[in-house]
Design a protein around this ligand. Structure first.
Ligand SMILES: [Fe+2]
Ligand SMILES: [Fe+2]
Length: 204
């Protein structure tokens, strides 16, 4: 386990890893606009990981293929949560189509994936959280916060896979169906981000 369960679930107020990256490149609009931008970003990430999973499977990297599939599904959870908040303001809102993704070599796919996750966790989501706090939008703060925390773990999983690309083990990945957190191996009891119990997790 890489992220420990704390006595209180992590929030922007009780944590020290919510700073917005210096020189942030995230265009920040209203929270409604930010939710739509997040849906777009997550849609691209989910499609990219699905394409990377297929490529990994073809090349015989079955554990990495499972990780990409689990993470692709995790981003779908974020898309669902964010799109639901958009729909409360705009009932006719339709989710954007996924862009085409082109896999490269397996190691470069892992690095590209980790880079995207790092950017979301240290730039996009902290910037959106700050704006949602200013607007007093507690529901958006919660959704962005859980996504932010999950992205950082996704990055860590991708780097673990990168560093052990020639030393894969048999560990399964477990996806929290509530927040998109991913555990590697079965040595855990609950989600450190949202508290969901292990029994609810989906195994990959
Ligand atoms: Fe992610
Ligand atoms: Fe969770």
């Amino acid at each position: 386990m890489t992220m420990r369960v704390r006595p209180e679930m992590p929030t922007a107020e009780n944590s020290h890893n919510f700073s917005v990256a210096t020189g942030s490149t995230t265009p920040v609009g209203t929270t409604l606009e930010n939710l739509k931008a997040a849906v777009c970003g997550e849609t691209g990430a989910s499609a990219k990981y699905a394409a990377f999973a297929a490529a990994a499977e073809e090349q015989g990297y079955t554990q990495i293929a499972r990780l990409f599939r689990a993470t692709s599904d995790a981003e779908q959870i974020h898309i669902g949560l964010e799109a639901n908040l958009v729909k409360k303001a705009e009932p006719d809102y339709e989710r954007p189509a996924a862009p085409e993704a082109t896999p490269e070599a397996i190691d470069l796919n892992l690095i590209a994936a980790a880079q995207g996750e790092i950017d979301e966790t240290s730039d996009m989501y902290p910037a959106f959280i700050q704006k949602a706090q200013e607007e007093g939008n507690a529901a958006a703060v919660m959704v962005f916060t859980r996504a932010k925390l999950a992205e950082s773990v996704h990055a860590e999983r991708y780097m673990e896979a990168y560093n052990n690309i020639d030393a894969a083990d048999d560990d399964a990945y477990y996806l929290c169906p509530v927040c998109g957190y991913i555990e590697k191996g079965e040595d855990f009891e609950a989600c450190p981000i949202c508290g969901a119990k292990k029994a609810a997790f989906k195994q990959f």
